[in-house]
Design a protein around this ligand. Sequence first.
Ligand code: FMN
Length: 370
Amino acid sequence: MAGNSFGQLFRITTFGESHGGAVGVVVDGCPPGIEITEEEIQVALDRRRPGQSKITTPRKESDKIHILSGYFEGKTTGTPILMMVLNEDAKPEDYLALKDLYRPSHADYTYEAKYGTRDWRGSGRASARETLARVAAGAIAQKYLSAIGGSASGGKHSGVEILSYVTQVGDIKAEVDFNAVKAEDIESNIIRCPDQKVAEKMIELVDEVRKDGDSIGGIIQGVIRNVPAGLGEPVFDKLNSDLGRAMLSINAVKGFDIGLGFRSVGMRGSEHNDPFYTDKNGNIHTKTNNAGGTIGGISNGETIHFRVVFKPVSTIRKEQETVKIGGEATKLEASGRHDPCVLPRAVPIVDAMSALVIMDHFLRNRAQNG
Ligand SMILES: Cc1cc2nc3c(=O)[nH]c(=O)nc-3n(C[C@H](O)[C@H](O)[C@H](O)COP(=O)(O)O)c2cc1C
């Protein structure tokens, strides 16, 4: 009921508040024998960590992962895995001024409307610090999926590859072929856009916005390669609807589309349909991939591609109108440490949510169909 868990067979439950003692995750249903080190999980967390560059929040957290259960001699054991990160640089006093008022477009008002109370220290559970737990669990899923080619797919696939990148910040867009993008191109700049020239312009824009005390949004492109055909359930648990739900559960996400998505609205069926063909190895493919890798809620073996829209986040250093808890009008000018643009830090979160959805559906498909 309370919605802190995600997934059916590969099921995660996250816990913790931004300025509480720790943030972490319990992963249940994880297959035994996955070889993974704390360092590999740490690499994923370091991509999400605050303070990683001049365009992210300066909060200083090492985000050091601790694996407390379900793991022995370098492998998962099949029992519940508990992983957590201790909060080191919590400064609740930064938020004292916000205690009795509602920040516009943040979750203060809705939490209070729901629970009659809220943890005002750094947004509590509404803080995107919660997402580090998803990234840790996603790293395990990604490790497993990267090795599932071969026999699991009848020899047709070579390990699921998951990546995502920033494709738009404000009005600045990168025209990038998602089929050609490599992980190292994404990591080669601090905004995580594989087009280096456009990346520089995006970084300049975020820096300008930061100096102006404002925030800015954008779009992340998600790509999932080598997914075997057959993942996803045909009605309520479609692969595309679960991906949409996963992405829309990330803080500050306001939109999701898959394949051509909203861009297909002006097209005719004759333009939008993906014609089938058989390749030289006898495998069925489509010549185009306007659908985005799923049809009827089930993966068709083509690359899954989708876009996730992030809003300009609400905490800005400009004066805004709001009200106090009792309803009295007041003005707010936030201080504290905030992200002027969350896109670069959200890239590993999108990767993690992709991994969690594909992992869950891989195990579900295997449970039903062998
Ligand atoms: C990586 C990441 C970092 C974020 N950092 C901030 C921040 O510094 N300040 C802020 O106001 N919101 C930040 N957010 C967004 C808020 O958590 C989010 O807007 C808030 O919980 C309200 O929820 P909603 O926008 O999804 O409706 C961040 C989101 C992500 C994904």
